[in-house]
Write a protein that binds this ligand. Structure first.
Ligand code: GLU
Length: 554
């Protein structure tokens, strides 16, 4: 075909006279004026109605990279695959990320006329004309052509290649429509045959080039040789083509995306070149991995089989968003943990985040580590913050408990102070998440039929201890007077009051004072382990304490 043929073909394939020119788009979407080193990043999810930990991990990286240097972070919706579209999916992305403190600067979700939304539309299904402008341009330059192969023909090509043990795909001599004449193409069009638009690849087989990834460093990749589809039969772009056009026109400077896209880089490099676009920087993020409890080996965290992959999992159990953020930052930048330890008073966003410090091998997700972080982070909050967090969580997940747990604010705050060790030398670290914290303090508000932990003493010993305790109890005793009474009860019932003595002569005693305290603890709280029992009793009140103990005396 001659240049004139290409021009004619481009006008036949793209008849719409209202299509703008590439130059017009270049002018409409000028390079952004940003400070030196500021990056423009984006999250580009498909609206599948599901957002997972991997998305949050990338989104946090995107957001930190952009916002730590006055850049821009925007949301683009990649809805070119209509089968995967779910209503409300955009709101889900925005709300889920907002819960974790991640906000977009522009993009999908903002009102159409929002002043900052000047690089839109940000939803791919609304950008058809833009893609067609650039596709037309490629046809005009002889860099793209229509291919009328149907599924059967493509299957036959694949079979031939498989039998000859050759690379499968639409390339080289197998790219049957790449050298057809304009007349042949016109005939197929006249016959009403459906077609896709393909890139005319100029890659050389077995030739490699060096690609510099922001995370992985230098990687050798083969040149692309496939005449990849850029527009599907319905005129909708493929991911590859939309990525090139959108990230160019939206002036993305750094594409952070999953490592599964690394293999497509050769295609993208060729597309950017063909389109005359400057290639953005790329950072291909490692997969989230976990240690398989059964095999002990590492494997990818999976949406289907790992509930902890779903963000709903963290909301449902009430993980504080800050804890998750700290955890993900720990995974994302290896020096974050130390920085956070050394700078307890600094905001998380003050951490100098860098894409260069991102993990190259798989980010290993570890629930125990997350829980430890939760314990630390929650212990550092004010009790009023924990109160507000629990109450808010309860509104969504256990509304039936709101009245019982939160109608007497002072009492609940007292409980939280006790459980957090507020005012003590060192804070306690009991709370992991809202569901677990509510459960830990639940005995103040509801009594279970049976204690959760069993009494370890014989029933008659247990009964005697409880009776003696009720007899001698005086609400006005301070902690040490109260404890002295426990010791007397211990002595009276054959328990050692001196630890050393007990260790040396264990057979002489039924146990020691702490075993006596345990009986009372279980009777009052249902549990063998709690913070300071005297403190619990003084929040609970004498009446309730007596009722509970009476119920445990047979
Ligand atoms: N829509 C693509 C995905 O969901 C986005 C990849 C990218 O960030 O470019 O995987």
């Amino acid at each position: 075909m001659t240049p004139d043929d290409y021009l004619e073909l481009s006008n036949i394939l793209f008849k719409d006279e209202n299509l703008k020119t590439p130059e017009e788009y270049e002018e409409m979407f000028p390079y952004r004026k940003l400070p030196n080193k500021a990056e423009v990043t984006r999250l580009a999810p498909s609206p599948t109605g599901f957002i997972h930990l991997g998305n949050l991990y990338s989104a946090l990286a995107d957001e930190r990279i952009a916002h730590s240097r006055d850049g821009v972070f925007f949301l683009r919706i990649e809805d070119t695959d209509a089968k995967r579209k779910v209503d409300g999916a955009v709101e889900l992305v925005i709300d889920s990320l907002r819960y974790f403190g991640i906000e977009f600067d522009e993009g999908a979700g903002f009102p159409e006329d929002a002043p900052q939304n000047v690089y839109g539309p940000y939803t791919q299904s609304e950008r058809k004309d833009i893609y067609h402008t650039y596709a037309k341009e490629l046809v005009k330059k002889g860099l793209a052509y229509p291919c009328f192969c149907d599924e059967d023909e493509l299957d036959a090509i694949r079979k031939t290649q498989e039998e000859a043990k050759e690379l499968t795909g639409y390339y080289g001599k197998y790219a049957v429509w790449r050298e057809k004449s304009l007349d042949e193409i016109k005939a197929a069009l006249d016959a009403g045959k459906p077609y896709v638009l393909r890139l005319r690849s100029s890659g050389t087989p077995d030739k490699e080039f060096v690609f510099e990834d922001e995370i992985k460093g230098k990687v050798n990749l083969p040149e692309n040789i496939h005449d990849v589809v850029i527009l599907k039969k319905d005129g909708i772009p493929t991911y590859h083509f939309a990525h090139a056009v959108d990230d160019h026109l939206m002036r993305t400077t750094l594409v952070v995306r999953g490592t599964e896209w690394l293999a497509s880089v050769p295609t993208h490099v060729e597309l950017f070149n063909a389109l005359g676009f400057k290639l953005p920087k790329y950072a291909h993020t490692a997969h989230m991995m976990k240690t398989d409890p059964e095999t002990g080996g590492k494997r990818k965290l999976s949406k289907r089989s790992d509930p902890e992959m779903s963000l709903e999992f963290y909301k449902k159990d009430g993980y504080h968003p800050r804890c998750l953020k700290v955890y993900l930052l720990t995974l994302l930048n290896s020096d974050f943990e130390e920085w956070h330890r050394n700078n307890p008073d600094k905001e998380l966003d003050e951490f100098p985040f860098s894409v260069k410090k991102m993990n190259n091998s798989g980010a290993l997700f570890d629930m125990d580590k997350l829980e430890n972080i939760c314990k630390n982070e929650l212990s550092e909050l004010e009790e009023t913050e924990v109160y507000a967090f629990l109450e808010n969580w309860a509104k969504g997940y256990t509304p039936e408990k709101l009245d019982t747990y939160f109608s007497d604010k002072e009492k609940t705050l007292d409980i939280l102070r006790l459980y957090m060790g507020v005012g003590q030398k060192r804070r306690r670290k009991d709370f992991v998440n809202a569901a677990q914290a509510m459960d830990l303090i639940s005995f103040f508000f509801e009594e279970k039929e049976n204690p959760e932990d069993e009494f370890r003493q014989q029933p008659e010993v247990k009964n005697a201890i409880l009776k003696d305790y009720l007899e001698s109890f005086d609400y006005n005793d301070d902690n040490s007077q109260w404890f002295d009474k426990l010791k007397s009860i211990a002595q009276k019932n054959g328990f050692a009051t001196d630890r050393k003595d007990y260790k040396e002569n264990p057979d002489k005693y039924k146990g020691e004072t702490s075993d006596v305290a345990e009986v009372i603890r279980i009777a009052v709280t249902g549990r063998a382990n709690t913070p300071d029992l005297w403190g619990i009793i003084h929040i609970m009140g004498e009446e309730q304490m007596r009722e509970r103990i009476m119920r445990r005396i047979d």
